[in-house]
Design a protein around this ligand. Structure first.
Ligand SMILES: [Zn+2]
Length: 605
């Protein structure tokens, strides 16, 4: 596959993975906590020279394609398209066919064509004048912003877009699957979902357009609501998308903060005024998927919400989800009179907005402030209500030390002994999860940042343990081949009888016997593990992960210790095996066999 190689040449595995994980340099490699299993000590390694990655915890590994497949939940054609787009490579025909096999890809393509159509219509067509007036005069947007966000317009007609896209060669079934076209079963006809609306394309984190929000331009009866969104499709799931993330992710990472606002116009206004670490969870409370998406770029979020109570409830649900996800959360409160939302605040006075974000308070401070504003400290009932409300919030904090410090603060504020609250908190912690938390995927495992209370004792069986030891021995021997030569007389081929180690041992032994230099990279044929990964590459990476600070001498000492363990385990396993054979031979009354086995057992000790 010439094309996959040309993509690999242009997309650096370290740069790619860095967009998802906080990679740290480790010897010649990079490492990070693995995104595919729960761990505290990083065992996820990236090898820049070989352009591969591997996790020594869960054994997942591969190249740039397998990484985005795992990370984004894509199949191969989708990963191919994503990385080709990123590399700026126009794929050859046979690959284009491969890509078009995926309906997901075809829908993304249709969305891109539709966004272009809406945008050109807004900018060029005389009948779009009222839409331009609304956006550029009344809402104060610049044409550059409309360009950047590909804002568009579709007039109030029944099948303008559907006809356009059919002429462009799109299939009607794909148009229906994209959500842009609706099928009328009775009349066996098709019509546009979006009519007479300002169109906002919604992109995923990579800038692929996955759906649209259409805002009505002239409200009238039966126009189907102020906002219409793309329904759930193969590529659009509103709980997995954050509006503006493709444009905000870089800044979120460099500022180490994501600002979350309510609507699309809020996002656009913030970016326009120069604050570009801003996204919106359009129309929903923040979901677990969105929190996970954000965590790729930062653990810190500041949430702004509209003054109305509906907005506050949605934000509160979002806060719970983000908290369970181990995020640091602050709350942005627009001062009275400065505007009802971010968009209005920015347009009135952008400096006020910047200051407001700067002054965002911690979420618990915010709860305390709100609760104590309505608490009468002379009234025991009122105090109890305050305690109940705040204990419920404190119980949601996934970190024990932090929980404790808020508990102390609450005790002080209420003028009660902290031990009273401890008991109450214990009850709150045991209480079943609130419905607002939903079936949190976070709550099933150890809460992030906190060690699981009862660590599982892994009792490795003899063979599992010897596999680990053999693996470790070879990782040292691959990085420091001199070890093999100096320890040769202690090495029994039987220690390495299983593949893939037998092949490695054979090669080393042959070189040793021929007095040839041992250089594992000179293997005539690659040795692959069960998953088809290059064994030598993996062993190198493992040595760098575990023994980056070793020199040849330290490595040799370590290898000796490991080898002693291997030998001991091998003797133990062999004795057990021979004992089993002995029982069988005795049961069969095979005296010769029995004596043979007894002799072997004697030799072992
Ligand atoms: Zn892993």
């Amino acid at each position: 596959m010439a094309d996959t190689q040309s993509i690999k040449d242009r997309v650096d595995v370290v740069q790619l993975i860095q967009e998802y994980l906080p990679l740290k340099k480790s010897g010649a490699n990079w490492k990070a906590p693995c995104p595919f299993h729960h761990e505290k000590t990083p065992s996820f390694m990236v090898h820049p020279e070989k352009q591969i990655w591997h996790c020594f915890g869960c054994q997942k590994g591969g190249d740039i394609f397998t990484f985005v497949q795992e990370m984004e939940g894509l199949d191969f054609p989708e990963a191919l398209k994503l990385l080709a787009d990123r590399a700026g490579i126009k794929l050859e025909n046979n690959f284009q066919n491969e890509i078009n096999k995926s309906q997901k890809n075809r829908i993304v393509e249709i969305n891109a064509k539709a966004a272009y159509f809406f945008h050109r219509f807004l900018m060029d067509m005389p009948t779009a004048a009222p839409a331009r007036d609304y956006l550029f005069n009344r809402r104060g947007l610049t044409t550059a912003t409309a360009e950047q966000w590909q804002i568009g317009y579709i007039p109030d007609q029944w099948e303008l877009l559907t006809q356009y896209l059919l002429k462009k060669g799109c299939g009607i079934d794909d148009l229906v699957a994209s959500g842009l076209t609706i099928k009328n079963e009775e009349r066996r006809s098709h019509y546009d979902r979006f009519r007479g609306r300002i169109m906002f394309p919604i992109a995923d984190a990579h800038g692929n357009i996955v759906g649209f929000t259409g805002r009505i331009l002239v409200e009238k009866e039966n126009s189907g609501g102020k906002y219409v969104n793309t329904p759930q499709t193969l590529v659009y799931d509103k709980s997995r998308v954050l509006y503006g993330l493709d444009k905000a992710k870089k800044e979120i990472k460099s500022k180490d903060l994501a600002v979350i606002v309510e609507g699309q116009m809020d996002v656009i206004a913030c970016h326009e005024t120069g604050m570009s670490n801003v996204v919106a969870a359009s129309g929903t409370a923040l979901t677990e998927e969105q929190v996970r998406l954000l965590k790729r770029y930062s653990n810190n979020i500041a949430i702004a919400f509209d003054a109305d109570s509906a907005g506050e409830n949605a934000a509160k649900r979002g806060i719970d989800v983000a908290m369970a996800g181990g995020m640091n959360i602050r709350v942005i409160q627009i001062p009275a009179g400065a505007g009802k939302d971010a968009d209005e605040c920015v347009r009135k006075n952008s400096q006020v907005w910047f200051d407001t974000v700067e002054r965002a308070t911690g979420v618990m401070e915010w709860y305390f402030k709100n609760v104590f504003a309505v608490t009468d400290l002379n009234n025991p009932k009122s105090k109890q209500t305050a305690a109940n409300t705040l204990l419920a919030e404190i119980a949601k904090i996934p970190f024990a030390v932090e929980r404790e410090s808020w508990l102390k603060k609450l005790a002080e504020a209420l003028g009660v002994d902290v031990s009273v609250l401890h008991d109450a908190l214990k009850k709150a912690l045991k209480a079943p999860a609130q419905s607002s938390r939903g079936g949190s995927a976070f709550s099933g495992k150890a809460r992030p940042g906190e060690a699981p209370t009862a660590p599982v004792e892994v009792n490795l069986s003899g063979s599992q343990r010897s596999r680990l030891l053999v693996n470790e021995f070879w990782s040292l021997a691959v990085k420091y081949p001199g070890i093999f030569t100096s320890l040769f007389s202690y090495l029994k081929p039987e220690y390495f009888a299983d593949p893939p180690w037998s092949a490695l041992y054979e090669f080393y032994q042959k070189q040793y016997n021929n007095n040839a230099p041992i250089e594992p990279n000179d293997l005539s044929k690659k040795i692959l593990n069960d998953q088809g990964e290059d064994l030598i590459d993996l062993l190198y990476m493992q040595a760098e992960k575990d023994h980056a600070d070793f020199n040849e001498e330290a490595a040799k000492k370590e290898a000796q210790i490991i080898l002693a363990d291997i030998a001991q385990l091998w003797r133990k396993n062999s004795r057990e095996e021979l004992a089993r054979q002995l029982t069988t031979a005795q049961a069969a009354g095979d005296k010769t066999k029995e004596n043979e086995i007894l002799k072997l057992i004697m030799d072992l000790t």
